[in-house]
Design a protein around this ligand. Structure first.
Ligand code: NI
Length: 167
């Protein structure tokens, strides 16, 4: 396994729309394993392939406290959503920035697992937020896109300053 470099907002590659995974082969299984390792190392609770500059519809999520519930979603599609919740979000591609985003409270997501089997999951709370956040990445969106223009400008300036300091 290997740690993968994570793209930082506002890298334009985060805006690419990911293509469906057509075949679940050894390469896809290795990508999922590397993404899981990268997410745990960061540490984070979700990572989309887009964030490691692979533009395929694959997401890893683990919202458990003890890293015991790794979930891999291939070609995930939200079929139903209900309710709303306002929660603070962060993102491994937008380090150090947290803000409130409104999301559905519950989602039903259909996807393929690593064996190519179709699965349907009903999720709520944090897991539902995470699924929506990661599918956004596959569609070329980061959570700051949900904030006001003023906040987006402030965040870009702050991250540009950080990049200069750490470069
Ligand atoms: Ni993110």
């Amino acid at each position: 396994m290997a740690l993968l470099p994570i793209l930082r907002y506002p890298d334009p590659r985060l805006k690419k729309v990911a293509a469906p995974v057509l075949k679940i082969d050894a390469g896809i299984r290795r990508l999922a394993a590397d993404m899981a390792e990268t997410m745990y190392e960061a540490p984070g609770i979700g990572l989309a392939a887009t964030q490691v500059d692979v533009h395929k519809r694959l997401v890893v999520i683990d919202t458990s406290e003890d890293k015991s519930q790794l979930r891999v979603f291939i070609n995930p599609v939200v079929e139903r959503c209900a309710g709303s919740q306002l929660g603070e979000e962060g993102c491994l591609s937008v380090p150090g920035i947290y803000d409130k985003v409104e999301r559905a409270e519950r989602v039903t997501v259909r996807y393929l697992d690593l064996d190519g089997k179709e699965q349907v999951l009903e999720a709520e709370g944090l897991l539902a937020v995470c699924i929506q956040h990661e599918i956004d990445h596959l569609d070329g969106h980061v959570f700051v896109d949900h904030l006001s223009q003023l906040k987006q400008t402030r965040i870009r300036n702050k991250l540009a300053k950080q990049a200069r300091v750490t470069a």
